[in-house]
Design a protein around this ligand. Structure first.
Ligand code: KG4
Ligand code: ZN
Length: 382
């Protein structure tokens, strides 16, 4: 099955082509430069950029998925427009998958409308995908050669950590539905494959990536702050300031990062710029450490409580090598396997992760019934 996937939930314009769960192409047009001077994502700017780029990004994904013969030229060797490339290449696509939510409403709208337009114009099946489900499944994407071969074992405990979300999700087999009458669109195979997701912990305020971005902003660093803090934190002391341990109560599995951020702010707000500058590495290392310790403390509590067979971690912040190292150490300590995305660009937002979920939903025949009526859902629940 060939899937074209589209993702525009935040500030990356993304399209991918998959052959089942194998990634043939994964194009990401980042808008970081456009938002950097504002210190965060500006929805209107994101919307306009998605609008300007979406067609070219889809055409590029189609070109890269099919390197030969050159899809950007017609028979006479003349260059085709993105629209013409899509028109030609979409013939081989079976299903279109698109992020329905959660995310920025006006940004989501661009991807959803484009997917609807293509599905109607070219008579393709359409699948609506949850962005968070995509992040979890980024762990199971394969390259063109079918590597890596990973299998989901349930119960699994997924940690998703990005700029918009921080969640611990319990993945289980569905409850036994064998006595339910089967409808044509809900085949027995469909029931068996559908998993249940339960959010057992999530942030009550800021997401972990958001906290990193805000701390970096306080220090006068650029956007997004997560990768910048990672670089600066390398040789810094992790106990330079005394920061709080949010929601330290052992029974609570939820996160809170806004107190951490506020405490950090009050500690450094009266410092002269020179003092901040001289201690940048210590400040970055201390804040990053506090965020990661909090992430791991609650995740470990959840592992003890729910006794999963497999750990999964994903989301933009998983691009951080220090966090990956600590998660691997935790997995070893509790004696469990852990999967994290194998490529850097599968941690941050991308359309391949939407494509793999679309593939599974297509196998279960979970297609959008009324394409015309499909609407973005910025608060879509798992
Ligand atoms: O998943 P993502 O691309 O978008 C959302 O769905 O939010 O995640 C973006 C977040 C940002 O907060 C960014 O600072 C963070 O991921 N991030 C990192 C790193 N790379 C991206 N945080 C820490 N270290 C990194 N290397
Ligand atoms: Zn994301």
């Amino acid at each position: 099955m060939k899937i074209l996937a589209i993702e525009t939930s935040c500030d990356d314009t993304c399209a991918a082509v998959l052959d089942n769960d194998r990634v043939l192409s994964n194009v990401i047009s980042s808008q970081t430069d456009l938002h950097a001077k504002w210190g965060g994502v500006v929805p209107d700017i994101a919307k306009r950029a998605h609008q300007e780029r979406i067609e070219a990004v889809i055409a590029e994904a189609m070109k890269r998925a099919k390197p030969f013969p050159n899809p950007s030229l017609d028979r006479a060797g003349l260059k085709l427009s993105p629209e013409e490339i899509i028109e030609r290449e979409i013939k081989s696509i079976d299903v279109i998958g698109v992020t329905l939510g959660p995310g920025l409403a006006i940004a989501l709208g661009i991807g959803v409308n484009k997917a609807k337009e293509l599905a109607i114009k070219y008579n393709k099946k359409l699948v609506a995908v949850n962005h968070i489900e995509g992040h979890m499944w980024a762990n199971f994407l394969k390259n063109k050669n079918g590597k890596p071969e990973r299998k989901l074992e349930v119960p699994a405990l997924a940690l998703t950590v990005s700029g918009g979300h921080t969640k611990i999700i319990l993945i289980q087999s569905p409850p036994d539905l064998s006595n339910l009458p089967l409808t044509p669109s809900l085949t027995r195979r469909g029931i068996e494959q559908k998993l249940s997701y339960t959010i057992i912990g999530e942030t009550l305020d800021d997401a972990a990536g958001e906290a990193l971005d805000k701390a970096a902003k306080m220090l006068g660093l650029g956007y997004p702050g997560g990768p910048i803090l990672e670089r600066i934190a390398k040789d810094g002391k992790t106990d330079f300031l005394d920061l709080p341990h949010p929601l330290a109560d052992k029974k609570i599995l939820d996160y809170s990062f806004s107190g951490l951020k506020t405490s950090f702010y009050y500690k450094v707000k009266d410092w002269p710029a020179e003092k901040i500058y001289q201690n940048l590495n210590n400040l970055a290392a201390t804040f990053q450490n506090a965020v990661f310790e909090t992430l791991l403390r609650k995740y470990k509590l959840a592992i003890i409580k729910y006794q999963p067979k497999l750990l999964l971690a994903s989301g933009g912040v998983l691009a951080n090598l220090e966090l990956r190292k600590r998660l691997r150490k935790l997995a070893k300590e509790v004696g469990l396997p852990i999967f994290m995305p194998t490529q850097k660009n599968l941690n941050t937002d991308n359309a391949a992760m939407i494509g793999i979920v679309a593939y599974q939903k297509a196998l279960r025949e979970e297609f959008v019934e009324d394409v015309e009526k499909l609407d973005r859902n910025p608060r879509l629940k798992l």
